[in-house]
Write a protein that binds this ligand. Sequence first.
Ligand SMILES: O=C(O)[C@H](O)COP(=O)(O)O
Ligand SMILES: [Mn+2]
Ligand SMILES: [Mn+2]
Length: 606
Amino acid sequence: MGSPGQNAWKLADHPKLPKGKTIAMVVLDGWGEAKPDQYNCIHVAHTPTMDSFKTTAPEKWRLIKAHGTAVGLPSEDDMGNSEVGHNALGAGRIFAQGAKLVDLALASGKIYDGEGFKYIKECFDNGTLHLIGLLSDGGVHSRLDQLQLLLQGAFENGAKRIRVHILTDGRDVLDGSSIGFVETLEKDLSNLREKGIDAQIASGGGRMYVTMDRYEGLKNLYFPPNEGQRGQRKKRSSQTEILGRNGSLLSNLVFMGGNEWHNDWDVVKRGWDAQVLGEAPYKFRNAVEAVKKLREEPKANDQYLPPFVIVDESGNPVGPIKDGDAVVTFNFRADRMAMLAKALEYEDFDKFDRVRVPKIHYAGMLQYDGELKLPSHYLVSPPEIDRTSGEYLVHNGIRTFACSETVKFGHVTFFWNGNRSGYFNQEMEEYVEIPSDVGITFNVQPKMKAIEIAEKARDAILSGKFDQVRVNLPNGDMVGHTGDIEATVVACKVADDAVKMIIDAIEQVGGIFVITADHGNAEDMVKRDKSGKPLLDKNGSLQILTSHTLQPVPIAIGGPGLAPGARFRNDVPTGGLANVAATVMNLHGFEAPSDYEPTLIEVVDN
Ligand SMILES: O=C(O)[C@H](O)COP(=O)(O)O
Ligand SMILES: [Mn+2]
Ligand SMILES: [Mn+2]
């Protein structure tokens, strides 16, 4: 569906709720609701503000679904994630997401009839097909079974030489699980070799250290005066030691001439060197050996494995990308593939020295950025998320402020707006990115920029210049992904402090707050059996859960501007993140469009 005409953007007045109240819309990233025990960091942490919503105003607090089909994922076994969560929050409807769309295209075989596949197929006779992406069954950025089907489909469609460039996970799945995924892939490739094609793993590295950086390239980033552009940030020393869990050194992870940890083209360059140039500090004869060996380093983990290439008996890399080859990035999720897509696609490119730019046919699994049309070739069309709440509200006079720190900035802007970069109307919107800490993993600085984000939100609320002030507080999620329980407790406390600061400002201006989360993470830090008992690994150690969860998330409304009779209805028991947009439109004094998921609130006459 295209954009409605100007009149169609007009929202009807809500019959009972007034306009003109300032609304704080707060997303706690990775903050689910789970049984209280010692591995529930939200329970362990001192979080009086979030606790008070539940205990003092139970009719204005409830749980909503944040995983599975409620956010457009294929099944109820799929945990939520930031992309689908913020898409649902912003769009007010449930769209079949990348994971699902790729499943359907593979199952029907339509993927092979599409323009994207035809384009890469042109190289099958004389070139190599390279597949680059995250190797796990996490289902957040990619899925192993989709890669397996694609390999089989490529073989059936005439690919003669295939090279897979793997990125190990340990973030959406258990740390250490990479070895198993690589073994499975090796078996599949060996089966293909028996069928007469030359198929091998060519390179690899940990997702957070190699290739999968995010949010460097989204356009229209707003930098307030005096905060500096990213490019002008101070460089760190040429060899930055990386602090790992509990502050220890990940001794094999030393930036060579590096400077920034996140949002860093060096991450993409490390991948480029291995994947395209066939150059990496570590060389192995096979990938299982590579991952096993690199994990022997005491502080090593799947997320941060250094780059490696696979070499033949003469020591030559088995799969650099060359002229005439085809390349597919098989992640369906955009944020951590967009930077590589630029490096592969753009002729004019100055982010790092590519050294050699092979003439290739490149396609993404999906198109990662609809505004930039990046990449121009893709195997499956992305979800068409249109008519988001942000766009409606801007058309209805709502002035919006959105803010987070770098690692989640695109979540409250790009994902919120339906994977669209930039403003709807720059006159009415202001997006502020606070640069994230660099050169560390976030368990070392679990407070991150929560207080700075809250201060920006507070100032925006008090300024009177905005009707909606929207933030993402990243702590529970980003620290939860490190698997460091102690640090995650600190992270949850500071997120609670930040919420307090924001609702205090709302109190001062007579506004309304809506506090929710995009999916679970910090509320459960261990892998459990079916009965909920924490699982131990074969050495008797706890299996730490670095990933998101299947838990529901809380939503709380309140503030002096909330109409006295407003409360959660009890006839939407299955409500999920997609119901929040209509709720917020109501609180701004509007009815939601009729095809939006129903509002969570009602107004009873007192
Ligand atoms: O990309 C990541 O960091 C993880 O895979 C998912 O986390 P997010 O969905 O919260 O960004
Ligand atoms: Mn998230
Ligand atoms: Mn996360």
